[in-house]
Design a protein around this ligand. Structure first.
Ligand SMILES: Nc1nc2c(ncn2[C@@H]2O[C@H](COP(=O)(O)OP(=O)(O)OP(=O)(O)O)[C@@H](O)[C@H]2O)c(=O)[nH]1
Ligand SMILES: [Mg+2]
Length: 383
């Protein structure tokens, strides 16, 4: 992924005006996409051998079969929460089956190799589009590539008409391919908005999460999760990096983080009241959501005008009216800093998240956390 940055980033010397691969800029701890090469094991070859023993005439064929090659299996592991391991190792090859041997000995089967991934991971084909598998529960296994079968040894070909076959099969080759692993966060609600809209401030106000907050755009470089307790109900809120116009074409941090929003049940769209035109700000983000996927465009959205503490009442009214016209619904008014309107916003979120029990993670965890915490226990919403 590449970022086109036209202004300075919080990296001092790394303030660049050109296109820079994001992995140079973002902290190493988070990785939500990885390209991996896998190869299942070849089958072992069959063997051609004859029994030769003193005083035993016509010993006959005794070549054993080759063993099966190992499979490549992907499994959802409990407690994992990033794909960081796949930054350090990208090649996974299952061992070959053993060759058959004389004295009717078969080759050993190759051991399967298991790639452990966090819950919410998808396996995508090399084309980066075709979905191969979507993991939905802990412990789920998927055989990505089967090992090749072992070849038959010559003992297998013995028949009434051919008492001494001299042929054996080679083992079948394993399969090889490149795939992408993609992790999508599982949260109940997702925070979207332009950079600096106050998303991280809001998350830090309503949960124990401690996201970085600063008055420059793109403070948040990777999604963060927090567990929110509102009216005795808990839910998981995800802070998604800011979107700017053209994000779907790669502007700013791009729109790949919207993949995480796909799995949020509802969206909380924050609009900065101190911006030039709240209606335009709203529409910019909506256009990016629409450009990303229909599923996002259709999500339930709560619209809120943030930072109401920072604008004069008549300006606030103006911005509210603009936002109302753009969103075609009355926005909530709040301030992430003073806390005004925050309980009402949470109540509105809880109401749309619904009566269904929230994810296991929300039930179990009491504190806010970022992606380093076990997302793996979270379950996606079921209608
Ligand atoms: N006055 C006022 N300032 C706020 C409020 N909420 C956030 N801010 C300020 O706005 C700036 C940006 O806040 P963040 O929470 O980092 O914004 P963000 O939406 O997470 O920004 P990105 O991570 O860059 O997308 C910070 O300087 C905050 O202090 C608010 O309710 N009132
Ligand atoms: Mg932020």
């Amino acid at each position: 992924m590449r970022v086109n940055i036209g202004f300075s980033l919080p990296f001092g010397a790394l303030a660049v005006a050109t296109s820079v691969p994001l992995h140079y800029l973002s902290p190493m701890k988070f990785l939500d996409e990885a390209k991996v090469y896998i190869r299942s094991g070849d089958g072992g070859n069959g063997c051609v051998a004859f029994r030769r023993e003193k005083f035993i005439e016509f010993g006959g064929p005794s070549g054993g079969n080759g063993g099966r090659g190992g499979d490549v299996i992907v499994e959802v592991a409990d407690g994992l929460n990033t794909l960081i391991d796949y930054r350090y190792q990208q090649h996974f090859k299952a061992p070959k089956g053993g060759n058959g041997m004389g004295s009717d000995r078969h080759g050993a089967n190759g051991k399967d190799i298991v790639l452990k991934v966090p819950l919410g991971t998808q396996i995508i084909d090399d084309d980066r589009e075709t979905l191969i598998h979507d993991f939905t529960r802990v412990g789920e296994k998927f055989v990505l590539a089967e090992g090749g079968n072992g070849g038959f040894g010559n003992a297998h070909f013995k028949s009434s008409t051919n008492r001494a076959p001299r042929n054996a099969n080679p083992g079948q080759p394993g399969e090889e391919r490149w795939i992408w692993l993609r992790l999508k966060l599982i949260a109940d609600a997702g925070l979207v908005g332009l950079p600096n809209a106050g998303k991280s401030t809001f998350l830090s106000k309503v949960s124990a999460a401690k996201p970085k907050i600063a008055d420059y755009p793109f403070t948040t470089l990777h999604p963060q999760l927090g567990v929110v307790n509102a009216d005795g109900r808990e839910f998981v809120l995800a802070d998604i990096p800011g979107l700017i116009e053209g994000a779907h074409e790669g502007a700013g941090l791009g729109d790949r983080f919207l993949g995480h929003v796909e799995r949020c049940r509802v969206l909380l769209h924050l609009v900065d009241a101190t911006c030039e035109h709240a209606g335009k700000a709203y529409k910019t983000v909506r256009a990016e959501l629409d450009a990303y996927a229909e599923t996002l465009a259709e999500k339930i959205e709560i619209v809120a005008l943030n930072k109401i503490d920072a604008v004069a009442p008549d300006e606030l009214k103006k911005q509210r009216d603009r936002l109302k016209r753009a969103a075609k619904k009355t926005p909530l008014l709040l301030s992430g800093i003073t806390g005004a309107g925050v309980p009402e916003t949470l109540r509105a979120l809880v109401a749309v998240i619904g009566e269904a029990p929230v994810s296991d993670k929300a039930k179990g965890a009491g504190a806010g956390q970022d992606i380093e915490t076990p997302v793996a226990q979270a379950k996606p919403w079921a209608p």
